[in-house]
Ligand binder design. Structure first.
Ligand code: ADP
Ligand code: UDP
Length: 237
């Protein structure tokens, strides 16, 4: 597979075309951002850790029957994926209260949420990724009602699979964000799943093992990501 031109440079990944019009290469950089890109730092090894972490998770999800973008690892920091027409909507599931839910509704951090909540945010940094609902998605044409229903069903299925996987590794899957796109008419999971886009707390100590360490300036960010990877059995370089 030949890597060609840079199609898009995001906050954490760069996207390249390939000699196959249906495939892209995602390059995971060390750049780490928070607060809609207002805080940015380089963290050594992050590109490699997130690329390998994402490959491991995407393959677990594919095995559980969830259609994903993932094709293969290309290098320590790159993978080959299906080229999706991305839907600009972030799907968030929460098993415990944290982050924006705590701020918005005044719920106590850590409160168990049963059943888990499902939320939508518009992927638009300039607008601060606003909270939206299904009616907005359909009216403004970001996705059809059938597509958003499928995205919700797939997101909840991902939650069932990953909650168990992380629980077995001694971790609480607090919440996470997914992005989907369309490939040959089908809704497919895109972007990435890594500690950058979820919250993971140690079941015994409550230690935060995800990007909140970066957001809150707690230090030991990559050390925590590597520990999560090691507990799950993700092979790192
Ligand atoms: P951001 O755009 O939020 O800064 P990234 O740095 O992660 O995020 O950039 C990756 C970009 O690539 C995102 O805009 C994401 O929607 C897009 N993307 C991820 N997976 C695919 C895919 N399989 N096909 C097309 N675009 C993708
Ligand atoms: N999330 C993300 N990208 C975003 C917004 C949220 O990956 O642009 C993830 C975040 O890491 C967390 C979950 O989605 O795991 C819920 O985030 P929340 O709405 O609480 O927002 P936050 O307060 O973290 O910005």
């Amino acid at each position: 597979m030949e890597k060609r031109t840079e199609l898009y440079r995001g906050k954490a990944k760069s996207v390249y075309t390939t000699d196959d019009p249906d495939r892209l290469i995602l390059l995971f950089r060390n750049d780490t951002s928070a607060f809609d890109g207002k805080k940015i730092e380089q963290l050594d090894r992050k590109g490699m850790v997130n690329n390998r972490f994402n490959a491991f998770i995407m393959q677990k999800l594919e095995a559980a029957g969830i259609p994903t973008q993932f094709d293969s690892l290309v290098s320590d920091t790159e993978c080959l994926v299906k080229k999706l027409d991305m839907i600009p909507v972030e799907c968030v599931v929460r098993n415990y209260a944290a982050g924006s839910l705590v701020k918005r509704l005044g719920i106590e951090e850590g409160q168990a949420l049963a059943p888990p909540t499902f939320e939508l945010f518009l992927k638009d940094d300039a607008k601060g990724d606003p909270f939206i609902n299904v009616s907005h998605v359909v009216t403004f044409g970001w996705a059809t009602a059938a597509q958003i229903e499928r995205m919700q069903a797939l997101t909840l299925k991902v939650n069932d699979v990953l909650k168990q996987l992380f629980d077995d590794a001694g971790l609480m899957l607090v919440d996470f964000k997914l992005e989907f796109g369309v490939f040959k008419g089908e809704i497919v999971l895109g972007d990435e799943f890594s500690p950058d886009g979820c919250r993971l707390w140690d079941k015994t100590t409550g230690k935060k093992m995800d990007k909140d360490r970066f957001r809150q300036g707690l230090g030991g960010v990559i050390e925590a990501y590597e520990e999560v990877a090691q507990r799950l059995g993700v092979p790192l370089a």
